[in-house]
Design a protein around this ligand. Structure first.
Ligand code: 5GP
Ligand code: MN
Length: 342
């Protein structure tokens, strides 16, 4: 956001407004953390914020302060539509294009007549009236911290806001280990702890929340792991039947792809998850170093994301999808083997 735009937004927000806050479909810790943090902050400023979540999100995020006060667009549709209709402005958090909220909600947003504010760290964002976009920043939660800072309201950050922001920074940086985690990120995280984020509890609430079935499904996923050392590539598959036999619930496969990336010498990892209901194979990609999975996902699997973490989908069968993926490896061999230096 350039300064002029920012001043304009600041003066717009000088009087109480009805505000809707939206994260992407299948929200993760960053999308939910940023949405709730911004909502707590705007409420403190005298506004009337409503968080509208496109669809369900994993149980390990339900403990976050404010999580009970959100609308789910898919099953609280009329309340969500009403909030959107009544709003003076909408904040879009942690996504770069309206299609990322899902088809029905996209239609609603495309018909919206007031302005959007985008706060997001994904590459190649669409244009909106107010934009704070920076793919270099590790998380949208860190960007919300910067937004509050630019608004000169750092002192308004309380334990609830700090907890939500810490959670999103933690989950989007793989617990502060990805390259996007800078010294500034650590300074911000330190400040969030000072302001009341209980780091031990947050880690435990998010990461020590496995069900027995999820761990069994992880076992199955790991036994499906395939490694191609010559391409520095590993991938995991999970079929719909496998999901069913371990009583899969949303969020259960979150993070599985990282096990493929944790194999020594592997720079590209993928997980292919069959969804019979939607008739797609949902894919997550991760990479280490210069190999861009954003590009790989965009060009081949109808997706996108970040340089080192992206996703996409395929309407082919699992076998055909895997074949397609494997066929891409030889022509990317040079980029893959040179992607990363330990
Ligand atoms: P994940 O693999 O954790 O679902 O997603 C990794 C990153 O890729 C996230 O930042 C997410 O926003 C992005 N992403 C995941 N799936 C898609 C997709 O289907 N399309 C696009 N454009 N981005 C995706
Ligand atoms: Mn994010």
């Amino acid at each position: 956001m350039n300064l002029k735009q920012f001043k304009e937004l600041q003066s717009f927000l000088a009087s109480p407004k009805n505000i809707v806050i939206i994260g992407h479909r299948n929200p993760d810790g960053d999308a939910i953390g940023a949405s709730l943090a911004l909502s707590h902050y705007l409420k403190k400023k005298g506004h009337y914020p409503t968080v509208v979540v496109p669809n369900e999100y994993p149980n390990f995020l339900h403990w976050l302060p404010g999580s009970n006060n959100t609308y789910r667009f898919d099953w609280q549709n009329s309340q969500s539509q009403r909030a959107i209709k009544k709003s003076d402005i909408i904040f879009l958090l942690d996504f770069n294009a309206l299609h990322r909220v899902g088809h029905d909600m996209q239609n609603t947003l495309e018909a919206y007549e007031n302005d959007f504010v985008l706060i997001d760290h994904h590459q190649q964002p669409d244009e909106f009236k107010y934009m704070f976009s920076d793919p270099e920043i590790c998380s949208t939660c860190q960007m919300v911290y910067h937004f509050i800072e630019i608004m000169e309201d750092i002192d308004l950050i309380d334990a609830d806001i700090a907890t939500c922001l810490y959670t999103g920074i933690m989950t989007d940086t793989g617990s502060f280990r990805f390259r996007s985690t800078t010294s500034l990120t650590h300074r911000i995280v330190a400040d969030l702890i000072d302001k009341g984020a209980e780091n031990d509890k947050i880690h435990s609430n998010v990461y020590d929340s496995n069900s027995y079935e999820r761990l069994q499904l992880l076992g199955k996923a790991l036994s499906n792991l395939k490694v191609f050392p010559e391409y520095r590539t590993a991938y995991i598959t999970i079929s719909d039947d496998e999901k069913k036999s371990y009583n899969f619930v949303k969020g259960d496969t979150e993070g599985f792809v990282n096990y493929a990336l944790s194999v020594t010498g592997i720079f590209l990892a993928a997980i292919f998850i069959e969804d019979k209901e939607q008739r797609i194979i949902k894919i997550s990609f991760r990479s280490k170093g210069s190999f861009s999975v954003n590009k790989l996902a965009r060009e081949n699997f109808n997706g996108g994301g970040h340089h080192n973490a992206a996703g996409g989908k395929s309407t082919l069968s699992m076998d055909e999808t895997i074949k397609k993926f494997i066929s891409l490896l030889p022509k990317n061999k040079l980029d893959l083997v040179n992607s990363y230096e330990a």
